[in-house]
Design a protein around this ligand. Structure first.
Ligand code: GLU
Length: 247
């Protein structure tokens, strides 16, 4: 088995602006991850989209601000999301495993979480799918955003590569040109443009915070476009369009 790759997928990649899951995007993503599995890579997904996918069920026009509604939306959306993943991965004879974590699980129950994940990864046909346990996590115990959650999961598993899939090609400079390689985060200064969308949760700032932690932990991070998942294999082989943060 090759080394484990952690792939984080943002809400903007998985949902449409009306708060429903984007089926076509999910099909392409799952097909690309299945291809990685077929090549012997061990993959863990950190998938957002639970709150986003619950929005339409609650007839909300936008991402909810209040905690109760957000947690209720997550409870509905998480089930919808996993149901889709399961159905799609089944086409490739793969199964999914759901892990909903809070910050305290990663802090106080590290061994437990890692033992479960590693047990799942022993089975070649399982794709673990992680999310924050949004419907119960209270503020003090939250990881906060899935960029940081994915960095912490990658660290826990000893992964060497973390791919953050978002709705842009990577970090863009003020002229919209892709920054392909970053060796020192502190040199970026004000040159980057911010990504934003109705259902974009963290934006680039939260990604860069996660990148800082992950690279300090020795994990190479890539930010790439989740609307172009076909390039996942290329990305792992050092090709493709992305911003790479070297360790
Ligand atoms: N856990 C949230 C969700 O599934 C998303 C949080 C994030 O993307 O940072 O909707």
């Amino acid at each position: 088995m090759k080394e484990t790759i952690v792939i984080k997928i943002g809400t903007g990649v998985l949902t449409r602006e009306n708060g429903t899951l984007d089926g076509a995007s999910l099909v392409r993503l799952v097909t690309a991850v299945a291809e990685l599995k077929a090549r012997g890579h061990s993959c863990v997904m950190v998938s957002s989209g639970a709150v986003g996918a619950g929005v339409s069920a609650l007839s909300l026009g936008a991402y909810p601000d209040d905690v109760e509604t957000r947690q209720a939306a997550a409870a509905i959306g998480q089930a919808r999301l996993m149901q889709r993943y399961q159905t799609l991965f089944e086409q490739f004879d793969l199964d999914v495993a759901q892990l909903l974590l809070t910050g305290s699980d990663l802090k106080d129950h590290r061994e437990r979480v890692s033992a479960t994940m590693n047990r799942l990864l022993l089975e070649g046909n399982i794709v673990p799918i992680v999310n924050e346990n949004d419907s119960v996590a209270i503020e003090e115990l939250r990881v906060g955003d899935n960029d940081m959650l994915s960095a912490r999961v990658a660290e826990l598993l000893g992964a060497k590569t973390l791919i953050l899939l978002t709705t842009v090609d990577g970090l863009l400079d003020q002229n919209d040109a892709l920054i392909e390689r970053v060796h020192d985060l502190d040199e970026l200064g004000g040159v980057i443009r911010s990504e934003s969308g109705k259902f974009s949760i963290g934006g680039m700032a939260s990604k860069l915070e996660a990148v800082r932690c992950a690279t300090e932990w020795g994990i190479e991070v890539l930010i790439a476009n989740g609307r172009n998942p076909e390039q996942l294999l290329d990305l792992i082989e050092g090709k493709g369009k992305a911003t790479r943060f070297k360790v």
